[in-house]
Design a protein around this ligand. Structure first.
Ligand SMILES: [Zn+2]
Length: 268
């Protein structure tokens, strides 16, 4: 495994048994900068480092760390984006080369050569195992608690990347992603109010919308609730992905949010 950025990933030492089984889980799909050796040569070399810097949800695995089970995709989204639909026909971003296996990057430029066989390999090797694990984690909660809350943790650049087609200069501090079926009004309102109460400028479904749910529950079981939290990276890191002084406050506030929303969900 080759890591472009040298950083100590946050490690969770607690075993599955020691972890409290709660109805809440955290999903972190985009925080890794790991490009496996056998994938590296398929990329346009000059593009890789810059794309990792721009496209990675840096430190989200740490910012969203909590007592609940956390599913962190351990490979960079540039290799496989598990947040996308498997079926390109369903995935709007596939039209610009950013379905689950990117051929194009943040500037809509070519970043990788991809044959159909290679794409199938990425699906089998990375996409499917991640989603199987995701399904299992949700299923366990539905079985034990009759419900599940998925917190989908992301971050976004303060200034929009070309692929986002967003030419505004002002972006919110926190974007709450709500799904019409899987995010209750109460859940999105509470989330918005919590972060507003901490002094952040919050928008719902802007600039990013929706929140992930495993396909077997998608629009089938309203007891599987999901909310996406997108944090503006300008709050906690600089342009070179170094933590800034704001980091500790963001981490503390996200932690408090997770405690607060979990307590509400468990009791309701
Ligand atoms: Zn993300």
């Amino acid at each position: 495994m080759k890591q472009i950025f040298v950083r100590t990933e946050s490690k969770d030492e607690r075993s599955e048994q020691q972890r409290r089984c709660s109805p809440v889980m955290v999903h972190i799909p985009h925080s890794s900068t790991v490009i496996p050796d056998d994938e590296i040569d398929h990329f346009v070399a000059d593009e890789l480092e810059g794309e990792l810097l721009k496209m990675t949800d840096h430190y989200c695995d740490d910012l969203f760390d909590c007592e609940h089970d956390k599913l962190v995709f351990p490979i960079s989204r540039l290799v496989c984006d598990v947040e996308r639909f498997r079926d390109d026909a369903r995935e709007p971003m596939a039209a610009c080369g950013m379905g689950f296996a990117y051929t194009h990057g943040s500037g809509l430029q070519k970043i990788r050569e991809l044959t159909p066989g290679h794409k199938l390999g990425i699906e089998t090797c990375y996409y499917t195992p991640h989603h199987s694990e995701f399904e299992c984690m949700v299923q366990r909660r539905v079985r034990e608690h009759g419900k599940c809350l998925i917190i989908d943790g992301h971050s976004f650049p303060g200034k929009a990347l070309p692929y986002e087609m967003d030419d505004r200069t002002e972006r919110p501090d926190i974007c709450v992603g709500a799904d019409a079926y899987h995010t209750s009004r109460e859940l999105s309102d509470m989330t918005k109010e919590f972060f507003e109460g901490k002094g952040y400028k919050v928008a719902v479904n802007d600039p990013f919308s929706g929140s992930i749910v495993p396909m077997s529950y998608y629009q089938k079981n309203p007891d599987v609730q999901s909310v996406m939290i997108e944090i503006n990276r300008d709050l906690y890191m600089d342009a070179a992905a170094r933590k800034t002084n704001g980091y500790a406050k963001v981490k503390r506030d996200v932690g408090e949010y997770l405690d607060c929303i979990s307590k509400w969900f468990e009791e309701k």
